[in-house]
Design a protein around this ligand. Structure first.
Ligand code: ADP
Ligand code: MG
Length: 633
């Protein structure tokens, strides 16, 4: 109906937009420059969409127009306010699109953004674009804005959206015969610098140098728009890489690693890949989906190509360009393409090789730290690789790093472990647990400490998941040290202190019987330990208990967690055990002894990372304390 009307229609901004505009108009921001980055990035998005449309459809308005962005600063007469116009030949907007796109906030994160902005916790220049509200940043510098746009459809008309950043905007028909969008900005008095070409060039250089389309200020090209990945690595400076990465992802941090390579066989490829400093993308990141930019002959054919990397490497970001891909490929042909498979293989190998190099560059201290940082951030992804990608195992196991009972908190590789193995040692020992602190206290370590044997700490929840799949490395089997049947070499004579058992045989047997009657079904067996030194008891797994890792995992994932049944081993020489046996000898019905047995068992579960709810122990602990205090001394 009112597509025919010539009088403007007035609309009210959605509440969040009003709030945002109010804040933007009434605050002083140091980096107002970024409004330009936002408008250019919108223009670039519109051009990218146009580009993709034209890969399959030539029936569009102005099919031959250059895909480009133009900035103009019309001469202002006398006292008139200064103006800036940003034009693109992108996909344009219909009337309806204008009304929704420039009147509401699409993203859910916007509310949080507003809250933090309102509380003065953040400066909008840092993050406005990433919340999908970039357009509105123009009101940091504008008294009023008029957006004139014409959609790429051949029929249809041009429309103008106008607002002064208050409560309302209006939409009316406009004169524009060519495709795309123009943003006419009437600059605030204190923002007149943005009507100067040199200033615009400076801002473009800083924030938009690598935008994929040419940006003209007047008639002069302002961005270098180089396909950095097509250059030789020797021609590219570290700063170029950094800026390219940051403009690609809007990450504030530098990438942890940059991988730039080209190759002609078996497939032509030029790639520039990045490993972000953090695995968790902040909700603000520009590239929210995983995937690489895929180019053929320097022309973008996919914005998020996910077939080029295995899923577990999807944290890698960047650009891949191949001359072997046909230019006019559709999504389906890209997927089932031999070239794509070769590209994927090449990229995977290359990324893993870079990581291997990074992990081995230990002579320089900084590189060692870099790999450790990498591993702490992405180690989880490699555990996923073991769980989901059979082929990956041999490639990724050399990259694994663990803390160990002998590494002093440092991370060591499996190769380091094997190198340090004792004569006669044939297996790689590991202990599962919830975290480094508790695992370091594990009673299972007693016999290993006594023999100076190294044990790896497996404390990532996924370690339990992948334990059954690990099998062996370099011919050495992995072995969980909570294994009841574990055979260890004899202790060295001089370290072995044969002591008289502190607990008399009879009392000790009574104590074992008491453990059995108190714990009942909860344990499979109670027996004397041959290996414990510093710990009173431990829980070990029966032979061939292939289920133990699954039980541990179900604690993380299941509501129906059942505490797994284990064998309880008791250390006859431990003072606590000796005293307990003594107490039972004197007071066979001692309440304190019973509570102590319960508590020892619960503590062992906590120690193993198997307790369903440690808080349940608190009433008993209180009772124990009450009894202890009562006894005095
Ligand atoms: P975002 O870019 O994150 O979507 P913006 O606030 O920057 O959020 O822009 C809002 C929407 O307005 C865009 O998603 C797009 O649909 C539309 N838009 C903005 N600028 C243009 C433009 N130059 N050409 C076409 N559409 C545009
Ligand atoms: Mg935007």
């Amino acid at each position: 109906m009112d597509t025919q009307t010539t009088t403007p229609t007035t609309h009210t901004f959605k509440a969040e937009v009003k709030q945002l505009l109010y804040i933007l108009a009434h605050s002083l921001y140091k980096e107002r420059d970024i409004f330009l980055r936002e408008l250019i990035s919108n223009a670039s998005d519109a051009l990218t969409r146009m580009h993709f449309e034209m890969l399959t459809n030539r029936d569009v308005l102005d099919p031959d127009a250059e895909l480009a962005i133009h900035l103009e600063t019309p001469e202002a007469k006398g006292d008139e306010p200064k103006k800036l116009v940003i034009k693109d030949s992108g996909i344009g907007m219909t009337r309806a699109e204008m009304e929704t796109n420039l009147g509401t906030i699409a993203q859910s994160g916007a509310r949080e953004f507003l809250a933090r902005l309102g509380a003065g916790q953040i400066d909008p220049s840092d993050m406005i674009g990433q919340f999908g509200v970039g357009f509105y940043s123009v009101f940091m510098v504008a008294d009023s804005v008029r957006v004139v746009s014409r959609s790429y459809h051949t029929e249809g008309a041009a429309w103008a959206w106008t607002s002064d950043g208050g409560e309302n905007f209006s939409i009316e028909p406009a004169d524009k015969t060519d495709r795309g969008t123009e943003i006419h900005i009437t600059l605030k008095k204190d923002a007149e610098e943005f009507a100067q070409a040199w200033k615009l060039r400076q801002v473009i250089k800083k924030h938009s140098d690598f935008v994929r389309f040419p940006i003209y200020v007047g008639t002069e090209r302002a961005n270098q728009q180089t396909s950095l990945w097509r250059k030789n690595a020797s021609e590219v400076t570290p700063d170029d890489y950094k800026h390219f990465y940051q403009q690609l992802t809007l990450d504030f941090e530098e990438p942890l690693a940059t991988i730039h390579f080209s190759s002609d066989a078996p497939v032509n490829v030029r790639a520039l890949l990045f490993i972000p400093a953090h695995r968790e993308k902040n909700i603000l990141a520009a590239r929210k989906e995983p995937g690489l930019l895929l180019y053929s002959h320097n022309v973008l054919i996919q914005e998020y190509a996910t077939d080029l990397l295995p899923k577990w490497l999807s944290f890698v970001d960047g650009v891949v360009d191949s001359e072997d891909l046909p230019l006019n490929v559709s999504r389906e042909t890209v997927q089932n393409n031999r070239v794509m498979r070769q590209l994927a293989e090449t990229i995977r190998k290359r990324v893993l090789r870079e990581l291997k190099n990074m992990s081995e560059n230990v002579p320089s201290k900084t590189d060692g730290e870099k790999y450790e940082k990498f591993w702490n951030e992405y180690g989880r992804a490699f555990r996923e690789a073991i769980a989901t990608d059979m082929e990956a195992k041999d490639q990724v196991l050399p990259l694994f790093r663990y803390a160990s009972s002998k590494s002093d908190g440092k991370l060591i590789s499996l190769d380091d472990y094997i190198k340090a193995m004792q004569e006669g040692q044939t297996e790689i020992y590991y202990v599962l647990g919830d975290d480094l602190k508790s695992v370091a206290q594990s009673p299972h370590l007693d016999p290993f400490r006594a023999r100076d044997l190294q044990v790896l700490y497996w404390v990532d929840p996924l370690d339990a998941l992948i334990a059954p799949m690990m099998n062996e490395y370099q011919g050495k089997k992995f072995r969980n040290i909570d294994d009841a049947e574990l055979e260890l070499p004899e202790e060295k004579e001089e370290e072995k202190q044969e002591e008289e058992p502190t607990t008399p045989e009879y009392d000790f047997n009574v104590l074992l019987g008491r453990f059995t009657s108190v714990l009942g079904e909860r344990v499979l067996d109670v027996r004397a330990s041959k290996v414990l030194k510093d710990s009173p008891i431990r829980l070990v797994s029966p032979k061939d208990d292939h289920d133990r890792e699954r039980q541990r995992l179900s604690r993380y994932f299941d509501k129906e967690y059942q505490v797994p049944k284990k064998i309880l081993e008791v250390n006859r020489n431990h003072p606590l055990i000796a005293n307990l046996a003594h107490t039972l000898h004197d007071h066979p019905d001692s309440e304190l002894a019973k509570l102590t047995i319960e508590q020892l068992y619960d503590s062992a579960l906590v120690q193993e990372g198997l307790h369903p709810n440690p808080a349940e122990m608190l009433p008993r602990i209180q009772k124990l304390m009450a009894l202890a205090v009562e006894k005095g001394d």
